[in-house]
Design a protein. Structure first.
Length: 172
């Protein structure tokens, strides 16, 4: 019998420009994106995670807080090393090989995209997903009797799919 584990990956929502604030907290638009994503998840049946990992950067911490608070998630939130934009994904991939609980990771590009490529394809040299700001991707891991571990993309949702676009705004 196979057991499955879900891994949710979320890119931080829109942040203010570095020139405006070097710490780059979420912009008003980013808070709207995080709220909209949480509202969509709630309408779609919710999200169950035991732990939330996030990078130390303000935009990721704030995205995790706004998203989780809006959903009412009681999951433990922790800053984790190895989640910065240009960190090597192999360290996080190794940590994920042994976990057996539903997890949400809030981070950055290109790190998240490279992590998805590593888990799904075994290499970071392919683009599997164009991770938009505020986007939420669900991976599912299945462990079989033969101890084979298979990761597959279960869903991917972006703010542009759940929000009405602002006039003249086509981007995430």
């Amino acid at each position: 019998m196979a057991t499955t584990t879900q891994l949710h990956l979320m890119r931080h929502a829109h942040a203010v420009p570095e020139e405006e604030d070097p710490t780059r907290p979420l912009s008003d638009r980013g808070r709207i994106q995080a709220h909209a994503m949480a509202d969509f998840v709630r309408r779609s049946g919710g999200l169950e995670v035991e732990r939330v990992w996030h990078s130390p950067l303000a935009r990721a911490v704030e995205t995790a807080d706004v998203f989780c608070d809006r959903l009412g998630l009681a999951a433990t939130r922790r800053e984790i090393d190895g989640l910065l934009p240009y960190d090597d994904v192999r360290g996080i991939a190794r940590r994920l090989s042994g976990f057996g609980y539903p997890l949400l990771i809030v981070g950055h590009e290109p790190h998240l995209g490279r992590l998805v490529a590593m888990l799904v394809c075994g290499t970071v040299d392919v683009e599997v997903v164009d991770f938009k700001k505020g986007g939420l991707l669900c991976l599912e891991r299945e462990s079989t009797k033969s101890q084979t571990v298979l990761w597959r993309i279960r869903s991917y949702v972006t703010p542009s799919l759940v929000l009405d676009p602002e006039p003249g705004d086509e981007s995430d």
